[in-house]
Design a protein around this ligand. Structure first.
Ligand SMILES: NC(=O)c1ccc[n+]([C@@H]2O[C@H](COP(=O)([O-])OP(=O)(O)OC[C@H]3O[C@@H](n4cnc5c(N)ncnc54)[C@H](O)[C@@H]3O)[C@@H](O)[C@H]2O)c1
Length: 436
């Protein structure tokens, strides 16, 4: 069951009106002052007792205090594909989990399933909030005692990031990315280190104004600004700032092999130069830079995991990759292949058959989502104060899109209709990892 009453972003007055299922009853008026005082004291004591016994109070208090032996992890983007699998794994391993998601892409069904599996007080809470909203994020951090953050929230589709900003909104896109590109370190210094100066304030305000402007445009459904928000949402400045302000000690950050671009030499190691070729990869690289700059003056334990292509789902079939229908067009080959097999889409579109690879289609390294979340839990366990760990997460084996499609046909027994189309902008020919 979804318990929105646990949502700490709601005003307090809306949370405590009902005590253990009973509504508050106004006491009868009495003229005797001492009697009134006695009644007030008795009612207060009763309220405290009932509040303490109410499951809502208990669960809330568990999330708001550190408890010896219990690690409380904030999973941002936990309603999404990878975040929901990570939350499941953490809960199975007895972690306390808070999911924050704005449901822009995520699936509320995943949260419902997690809450059905772990209904006990103090195990899981879901907070509906946008991580770009400074006020909401600060409220969340001041009302909850997190030990670590796994930051999955992002706009995570290469195709979408490439099409929108470059085709539709070139000028504002360049203003924003230009500013962030030129000044990522300053931006962090200004917002996190808060060195007070008129110039600092002006620059910080300028960035915030652009962000707000973009947000407003998004709200009135101006498609052309989606690309900019794609970039801004990758930047974890607001979350980093809140972590620093509230003493949260560990960050596990979701990055991507897209930050490497198209290296000449395979396999890709962590030492391979990062030369991203699409806005998605560039934004993630920027985010990494900001985290690393921030870390130079911080005691935080940081793990940056650069994933390759993530596939698969919970082996018990409770969770999976379920993007919204409007995002399927930008989706990944894995999701599209199975959608075609299930008849959700009429066929599969394979974009690009003239890459310099063995069969002309792109080669990718496909990592199972359960292995990926295993890497997250290991990273969390191994993270050390004042240190940064950067790891590629892949299998070390490259498979072509054609090979993937054949495997999908074999696994599903469906003869999927495949249409071969020209290349998609922003795609590179071949990437696979060195997992050693
Ligand atoms: N799926 C892959 O193959 C892959 C590969 C490399 C890296 N990654 C990274 O892994 C992370 C998770 O990817 P995914 O495939 O699960 O994506 P997803 O779209 O399924 O999940 C992202 C979640 O973040 C939420 N979100 C987005 N912006 C938000 C905001 N401003 N505030 C609150 N919530 C917000 C969405 O609603 C969604 O639930 C992303 O950072 C992505 O870049 C994914």
């Amino acid at each position: 069951m979804l318990n929105f009453s646990r949502t700490r972003t709601q005003p307090r007055s809306t949370r405590s009106m009902s005590l253990g299922g009973m509504d508050y009853v106004e006491p009868k008026k009495k003229s005797n002052f001492v009697g009134k005082l006695f009644l007030a004291a008795a009612l207060t004591a009763l309220c405290i007792l009932m509040l303490k016994q109410s499951p809502t109070f208990n669960s809330t208090s568990k999330f708001s205090h550190h408890e010896p032996g219990v690690t409380h992890v904030l999973v941002t983007g936990g309603a999404g594909y990878i975040g929901s699998h990570a939350a499941l794994r953490l809960l199975k391993d007895s972690y306390r989990v808070t999911v924050v998601d704005n449901l822009s892409r995520g699936n509320l069904g995943a949260i419902k399933i997690l809450q059905e599996l772990f209904p006990e007080p103090g195990r899981l809470q879901f907070i509906y909030a946008d991580l770009g909203d400074l006020k909401a994020v600060n409220k969340i951090f001041s009302e909850n005692a997190f030990d670590a953050v796994m930051h999955f929230a992002a706009v995570a589709y290469v195709g979408e990031s490439t099409l929108d900003p470059l085709k539709v909104s070139r000028i504002p896109f360049e203003i924003v990315t230009g500013l962030l590109h030129r000044k990522p370190i300053d931006l962090v210094r200004l917002r996190i280190k808060a060195r007070p100066s008129a110039e600092a304030d002006a620059f910080s305000k300028h960035i915030r104004d652009i962000h707000d402007h973009v947000q407003r445009k998004i709200t009135i459904n101006n498609e052309s600004y989606k690309g900019i928000i794609t970039i801004l949402h990758q930047i974890p400045v607001v979350v980093l700032e809140a972590m620093a302000a509230h003493g949260v000690k560990t960050l596990i950050y979701s990055s991507t092999c897209a930050t490497y671009g198209e290296p000449e030499k395979m396999p890709i190691t962590e030492k391979t130069a990062q030369l991203p070729i699409n806005p998605y990869g560039k934004a993630k690289k920027m985010a990494e830079d900001i985290i690393l700059d921030f870390h130079k003056n911080s005691d935080m334990a940081v793990m940056i995991l650069r994933y390759f292509n993530v596939i698969g789902s919970d082996p018990e079939g409770r969770l999976g990759e379920a993007p919204r229908p409007e995002l399927r067009e930008h989706g990944r080959i894995s999701g599209a292949c199975f959608d075609a097999a299930r008849g959700i889409i009429p066929g599969l579109k394979v974009r690009g058959t003239d890459y310099k690879t063995s069969d002309g289609t792109c080669i990718r390294d496909y990592i199972d989502v359960t292995d990926l979340v295993d890497a997250h839990v290991k990273a969390l366990e191994k993270a050390k104060a004042r240190q940064v760990g950067i790891y590629n997460v892949g299998t070390g084996k490259g498979r072509s899109v054609k090979e993937f499609v054949e495997a999908c046909k074999k696994a599903t027994g469906v003869n999927i209709k495949v249409e071969f189309l020209p290349r998609r902008p922003g795609d590179y020919a071949e990437v696979f990892s060195d997992p050693s």
